[in-house]
Design a protein around this ligand. Sequence first.
Ligand SMILES: [Zn+2]
Length: 267
Amino acid sequence: MFFFFKLPLVTLLLFLTSFAHSFTLTWNNPPRFPSGNITIKVNTTNCSVGGVSESYTEIQTLLKEAVDNYWNQIYSSSLNFKVEGTITVDNSDTALLNAADNFIAVGCHDMGNSSSSYAAASLSCSQLNGVCINAKGYMYINENANSPWANAERGIKVAILAHEIGHTIGIGHSEKSYALMYYATNNSDIQTYLSEDDADAATFLYPDDPALLGLGGDCGAVASTQSPHPHKKTFLYTLSPLIGLLLGALFILCTRRARSFFRRSAS
Ligand SMILES: [Zn+2]
């Protein structure tokens, strides 16, 4: 009896597969590091203690927690941050940007007396033929005496560094309020874990399998740098339902071996 159910099901499956769309990539090289193996180097120059009292080794420890608790956890992404090595430059946004050279430079910067920002970060990238040839990730903690960093809890500091690391590898802000990359940085809004939305963005830019580039998760999480290609239907595409039907009919009518297989499995 199961045979009578199974055969139409196979026919239906063969028919439906002819409707399946093939994916095309509409994204053309958004800024990103050439691979997921990314090194984070901390500036040895002391920050202004009024805003950032941590030594550079303490900042390294916080950064290690940020990558281990967040970005290095994503099984579908090739991201594998290492916090090792140092740089020695002035503490300023431009000095950190200039120091970065296919790694992420982390230090301090005075973001102004009225600033309520904990930190800021970005990714600069020289592109040659659409490919990043010199990825400069840089991040600075606000060392102003009125910086909210000074009185933040340790877990909040780790989450802030994780959020900023997201910016240094090319991830923008998420509209999802539960995401680490949500734009608001009020204490109550900072996430203590990596959300699926963040993982989607990381997997989109740094997929575990390079063949999956751009196919990982919700594309809406990452801003497009290019308008989508118009969807063109080829002649073969138009004919594909008919081809699917013919293949299905061929399979059912001509394959005696398959028929006997179904009879055996039905008994
Ligand atoms: Zn941000």
